[in-house]
Ligand binder design. Structure first.
Ligand SMILES: [Mn+2]
Length: 320
């Protein structure tokens, strides 16, 4: 038995022995953290367990089609209840997850399972199901289910396929691998509501959002020194557009840069910070992101620093 099958078995045993289980999706939740956690939520409900799903930020409307998405709670009072087991989904560390301050309030005696695919993961769990080669946390949950012969129903399949879709940018980015495509085929066969996912998550671009994308495209510039294409968005450009909007643009631009293989998008945040998103085909951008206090994957990483954007002839740069 290889190491990961052994870990999947240990995680299954910990779940079988638990009744009160806290499931944590990371803050500013995306399709992967919600897909992976809601798949487990729906499984635990089917098993008659008592799961509680927590996310520091309210999941956006586009994810309401996921079964039992209404059960996610944002109230930190969740951490004053007692649990046998805590499972964290798609978070390299607990600060990024948005629960760093709440965790010490949990009554001791719980086990912690960390399910993640970020290369920068800090292995903060008692059981760490961390596979940096997996396309998504949802793919790891899929492998957990199949490794333990747990049947995947239509609800669980819809959740997992949502995570696969979003983290692979519709099976187009470099995280896409044979296992993720096989998993997707199997999930569709298991009753995943494929059209629901397309309708809610893929074909969801509003006119306002496409205007922002247009602005980002107009401002593209190439920096030969770093061999990076960059663009930017100022705080004054947006009125309350969610961060996922810019993440979506980074994924879109990742596909249109032909000669240069690395793209950086800078976005001014309303609180005097600048968020940077990197996408690359060949480079390991997680290293640069980590140097700047951020993290992520080899091909998709980001950081947040204080400052604002200054636009120069060589492209945008961050000044304090
Ligand atoms: Mn993910």
């Amino acid at each position: 038995m290889d190491n990961i099958s052994h870990l999947f078995g240990r995680a299954h045993e910990a779940i079988r022995n638990a009744d009160r289980i806290l499931l944590i999706a990371h803050k500013k939740p995306d399709g992967d953290t919600l897909g992976a956690s809601s798949a487990v939520l729906n499984w635990l409900l089917r098993e008659g367990k008592h799961p509680v799903a927590f996310c520091a930020d309210q999941p956006s409307k586009m994810f309401r089609f996921l079964d039992n998405a209404h059960l996610y709670r944002c109230d930190p009072a969740v951490f004053d209840e007692r649990y046998d087991l805590v499972i964290v989904f798609d978070a390299g560390d607990l600060r990024y997850c948005g629960v760093h301050e709440h965790m010490p309030r949990l009554a001791p005696g719980y086990q912690l399972i960390n399910i993640d695919h970020h290369v920068t993961n800090e292995r903060y769990g008692h059981i760490n199901l961390v596979l940096p080669d997996a396309s998504s946390a949802s793919e790891i949950v899929y492998r957990f289910f199949t490794s333990n012969s747990i049947s995947i129903d239509g609800r669980m399949a819809t959740s997992l396929l949502t995570g696969l879709y979003t983290d692979t940018s519709n099976f187009s980015n470099p995280a896409t691998n044979p296992l993720s495509i096989e998993a997707a085929a199997d999930l569709v066969a298991s009753g995943a509501r494929h059209q629901d996912i397309l309708h809610n998550v893929v074909h969801d671009k509003s006119v306002n959002l496409l205007h922002i994308w247009g602005m980002l495209l107009m401002r593209l510039s190439y920096n030969p020194e770093f061999d990076v294409v960059s663009t930017y968005i100022l705080n004054s450009d947006t009125s309350g557009l969610p961060n996922e909007a810019v993440d979506g643009a980074a994924n879109f631009l990742n596909r249109v840069t032909g000669d240069c293989d690395t793209i950086m998008i800078l976005k001014e945040l309303p609180d005097g910070q600048v968020k940077g998103s990197f996408r690359s085909i060949k480079r390991d951008v997680s290293k640069v992101a980590k140097l700047l206090g951020g993290g992520g994957h080899k091909k998709a990483a980001g950081f947040t620093v204080s400052g604002k954007i200054e636009v120069t002839a060589a492209g945008p740069r961050i000044i304090s």
